[in-house]
Design a protein around this ligand. Structure first.
Ligand SMILES: C[S@@+](CC[C@H](N)C(=O)[O-])C[C@H]1O[C@@H](n2cnc3c(N)ncnc32)[C@H](O)[C@@H]1O
Length: 197
């Protein structure tokens, strides 16, 4: 069976890794939410050898994820776990939570669950990294992101690019402090928060 494949992941994995090398330098454990194909997990884990990478996704993504993990194993790459952000979260704590391209797929309640769940599962001073295309309240979307936003909304009214300000508003309510908003290739961003308590 052919492994699931994302060209976007192949293209963005190195630019994201370049930032994660710095951002996660003091982290020993990372939980990835919505790992998808698993391409990010298999690329990041061996390139961040000082930490343990825990992929996760919904149950219907586990088979594809396992194909990548079995084909490209790494000592510090854990077996994937089933995690629906809107259901029960694991009880163990992590130093960082990483999630790419999930906030525009999740309904807003799912985004709230993702941020609140991440806060709960993070150790003190833990880091939350969200990668993807986002809106910024005061700026018009670039044509590619505008088209993407429209195509998401045509599949579901609950989907669409999220405003960075709205995400940060949520973060502020739960004591996550925004550390960085990094511009990434192809009009994507890497948003970084830290648990203040
Ligand atoms: C657009 S894909 C992104 C996959 C991968 N992170 C990437 O960048 O290619 C969105 C992912 O979010 C996952 N997802 C959707 N709803 C979810 C939920 N309620 N809880 C956890 N993951 C969810 C999907 O299964 C899918 O793998």
């Amino acid at each position: 069976m052919n492994k699931p494949f994302s060209l976007a992941c192949k293209n963005n994995q190195q630019p994201i890794l370049t930032e994660l090398l710095r951002i996660l330098r003091h982290c020993k454990t990372v939980l990835e939410i919505g790992s998808g194909t698993g391409q990010h997990a298999v690329w990041f884990a061996p390139n961040l050898p000082w930490l343990r990478w825990q992929p996760s996704d919904l149950s219907d993504k586990q088979v594809g994820l396992l194909q990548w993990l079995d084909d490209v194993p790494s000592k510090n790459l854990q077996r994937p776990i089933v995690l629906d952000v809107m259901a029960e979260w694991p009880s163990r704590k992590y130093d960082a939570v990483y999630s790419a391209n999930t906030t525009h797929i999740l309904p807003w309640e799912g985004v709230e669950a993702l941020m609140t769940g991440a806060f709960e599962i993070l150790n003190p001073k833990g880091i939350l990294c969200l990668y993807g295309p986002f809106k910024s309240g005061h700026k018009a979307l670039e044509p590619s992101n505008l088209n993407f936003d429209l195509s998401l909304k045509s599949t579901s009214v609950h989907r669409g690019l999220r405003e960075i300000e709205a995400l940060d508003g949520l973060a502020k309510k739960i004591d996550l402090l925004m550390l960085d908003d990094l511009k990434m290739p192809s009009h994507n961003r890497l948003l970084i928060w830290q648990k203040t308590s």
